[in-house]
Design a protein around this ligand. Structure first.
Ligand code: PHE
Length: 400
């Protein structure tokens, strides 16, 4: 899938260039001189070459709402820049690929946009298990990647703990998100015991579960059940029986909404009364509100935030797309803004220079005022939302 959203400005530029040359594009106006060289009368309109930005996101499959929001948020920011003349005098063209939140699809999408489209800037992916392999392709080629929402540590840092020079994210990381969840359970919900169910094969789920367990135990809580499942599982009754028998205060489900819907639905059928908790992966209009009612999740953004920059964004987004933005839309909007701001600050389209400008910059974006730490992670607060009466009610903000 490929979108060109800069057509109108390109046409305007071409028209202006023609006007500046004093020529007319109309063939009827060209003199039919037989012996005059054609080049003197044929104006050449050269519009600035577009700069290409790829958006890699899951537009189909289990977590398609993530991709839709991400595409919407990123395209909205890019359209705003294009309306103001693009970046560094060049129009911005987007190349959109469905990377399906999977390693395999993400690898082929990254190879396609880099090798066939000549893309040097990537916004994406959403899911850590897709962003990590994309970074493995982008980093060695010096391509800039900014993931709006991938929270696993290994997106920006390699296995030796070395920061990948051109890889960034717009969100906080799971060691922070997991700690916020554990502290909220212990301090606010006064929980003493928790059960944790996790998909061992998913970098995000596994990473977040590990942090939650370590922080909950460090704070004096007890993990009474820890069970794993796979991404293909649909029947969770065996592990939920263990949860039911242990009767914990909290059932932590750090997975994406599609899996949470299944597990929480089956937990409800079993009569499990633990308070459900999860992470940013719950943020979807397809989260089954009825089965997670009363639960809490950590997130990046609340559309109820009263700061003017947030309310302005919410209003513009609703006007354009007819729905309130979720965290994925907000962070994709921020990721595009950060990238374009860095391109402008460095007045460059060389990814190495743009990456330096990102490292050095300060960015006032919807999800907060951010600058980058040495591992290319923005330092910023998390919010805790409660699923209440079918809505996500803002409950707390927790600073790092
Ligand atoms: N943090 C998740 C991951 O790393 C992705 C995600 C972010 C999903 C925000 C929903 C909302 O895989």
């Amino acid at each position: 899938m490929r979108t060109r959203i800069f057509v109108s400005l390109t046409l305007v530029l071409a028209t202006l260039a023609l006007a500046a040359c004093g020529g007319s594009p109309s063939p009827t106006a060209a003199p039919a001189a037989t012996d005059a060289p054609a080049a003197t009368t044929a104006p050449t309109a050269v519009a600035a070459t577009p700069v290409k930005i790829a958006i890699l996101a899951p537009l189909s499959g289990d977590v398609a709402t993530f991709g839709e929001s991400t595409k919407n948020g990123a395209e909205m920011a890019i359209a705003e820049w294009n309306d103001k003349g693009g970046v560094n005098g060049r129009p911005i063209e987007t190349v959109v690929e469905d990377s399906q939140c999977s390693a395999e699809a993400a690898v082929s999408a990254a190879n396609k946009v880099i090798n066939q489209e000549g893309v040097k800037f990537i916004i994406g992916e959403v899911c850590s298990s897709a962003s990590i392999p994309i970074s493995g392709i982008a980093a060695p080629k010096g391509v800039v990647q900014i993931s709006p929402t991938s929270t696993n540590v290994n997106v920006t840092v390699d296995e030796n703990g070395v920061t990948k020079a051109t890889i960034f994210r717009a969100c906080f990381i799971d060691p922070f998100q997991g700690k916020v969840a554990a502290k909220f359970a212990l301090d606010n919900l006064k929980a003493k015991t928790a059960a944790v169910l996790l998909d061992q094969g998913n970098d995000y789920v596994r990473g977040l579960a590990e942090v939650f367990i370590a922080e909950f135990e460090a704070g004096g809580g007890q993990i009474v059940v820890k069970e794993t499942y796979t991404g293909e599982d649909t029947d969770f009754s065996a592990i939920l029986t263990k949860v039911k028998d242990a009767n914990p205060d909290i059932l932590y489900l750090p997975d994406y909404y599609s899996t949470v819907n299944l597990i929480a639905g089956q937990a409800k059928e079993k009569g499990i009364t633990a308070v459900l908790m999860g992470g940013d992966g719950w943020d979807s209009d397809k989260l089954d509100r009825a089965v997670v009612e009363g639960g809490y999740f950590t997130n990046h953004f609340s559309s109820d935030d009263t700061r003017p920059i947030v309310q302005d964004f919410v209003k513009k987004y609703e006007e354009k797309y007819g729905a309130k933005p979720d965290a994925l839309a907000a962070l994709a909007y921020d990721a595009a803004t950060i990238l374009l701001q860095a391109m402008k600050d460095s007045n460059a389209d060389d990814p190495a220079q743009v990456a330096k400008a990102m490292e050095a910059g300060k960015f006032s974006v919807v999800s907060g005022d951010i600058s980058y730490d040495s591992q290319h992670n923005p330092v910023k607060a998390a919010v805790v939302l409660k699923v209440e009466g079918g809505k996500f009610a803002y409950t707390a903000t927790v600073a790092p």
